[in-house]
Design a protein around this ligand. Structure first.
Ligand SMILES: *[C@@H]1O[C@H](CO)[C@@H](O)[C@H](O)[C@H]1NC(C)=O
Length: 265
């Protein structure tokens, strides 16, 4: 594990330099300011999810906080050891306080919602990430969520895939081609995860569902992961549609988080 490299390709390398530069800028701010206690971890996994696959497979609901962007969502950023094992539960005292992320809440509604049903406001997913994982990284809550949002926009996966003519329209792509395009977009080797979704009674398709990549501990570089999770996709990978009409609305109306009163969930 870990020794296998994506075939080298000059466009990847050039792209990587720019990516590294912007990631390193943001992460140096993130990692070297106001750091709190950091647990023993070697790097972190960064996971983006494609909501189209989730909606197709599980069904999904419109968040109570309004329409998110039709884009990749952040699933999480997890500290890990070189073995690939996640580091968690190192700090049981640093709780999630939503008012800490008040100034970036619209970005979180847009790119970090929880689209499981019934419609909800996303608080439980942020808490479920921060308390076991986020607070292990030596970052403040603001740095953790702000950094993850910034990294998502730096990588800008959906538009970069679009430039490679890979768009979420339920088309099937050769697995190796879409994988190469993802690596190119991220500027490092990634792990692509798929889910099997049924199309007709007996016919299933392998749909792009998640993209994992790694960032080094100092935060200066998107790196090849020391250990890649083992995911399998079919020879053809469907980049599924993701549209607002896929999301059921089980909420009454727009229901933003009440910042001043809801300190912690
Ligand atoms: C999404 O919200 C539901 C509650 O509506 C919760 O059970 C689930 O754990 C949340 N998802 C994540 C990833 O935390």
């Amino acid at each position: 594990m870990g020794g296998k490299k994506h075939p080298s390709n000059s466009s990847i390398t050039e792209e990587m330099d720019t990516r590294i530069a912007s990631a390193s800028f943001l992460l140096s701010i993130l990692f070297f300011s106001g750091a709190i206690v950091s647990a023993d971890f070697d790097f972190f996994y960064y996971v983006l999810m494609w909501p189209g696959a989730y909606c197709k497979k599980e069904g999904c609901c419109l968040p109570t906080t309004g329409k998110p962007e039709l884009d990749f969502f952040i699933e999480g950023m997890y500290p890990a050891k070189n073995s690939g094992e996640f580091v968690s539960k190192c700090d049981i005292t640093t709780k999630f306080y939503v008012n800490e992320v008040a100034d970036m809440i619209s970005g979180m509604y847009a790119y970090w919602p929880n689209i499981t049903c019934p419609s909800n406001n996303g608080l439980s997913s942020w808490k479920n990430l921060w308390e076991p994982y986020g607070n292990c990284m030596g970052l403040t809550e603001k740095e953790y969520f702000g950094g993850a949002l910034q990294l998502r926009s730096t990588v800008n996966l959906l538009s970069n895939l679009g430039r490679a003519d890979m768009v979420p329209n339920d088309n099937d792509y050769d697995s190796s081609l879409i994988y190469a395009a993802i690596n190119d977009a991220v500027g490092g080797k990634t792990a692509m995860r798929c889910v099997e979704t049924s199309w007709w009674w007996f016919w299933s398709k392998s749909q792009l569902s998640e993209v994992w990549f790694c960032v080094d501990k100092s935060g200066s570089t998107i790196i090849n992961c020391p250990t890649y999770p083992k995911f399998t996709c079919g020879d053809k990978v469907t980049f599924g549609k993701f549209t607002y009409d896929m999301m059921k609305d089980t909420s009454e109306s727009f229901n933003p988080i009440q910042m001043p009163t809801s300190l912690s969930e």
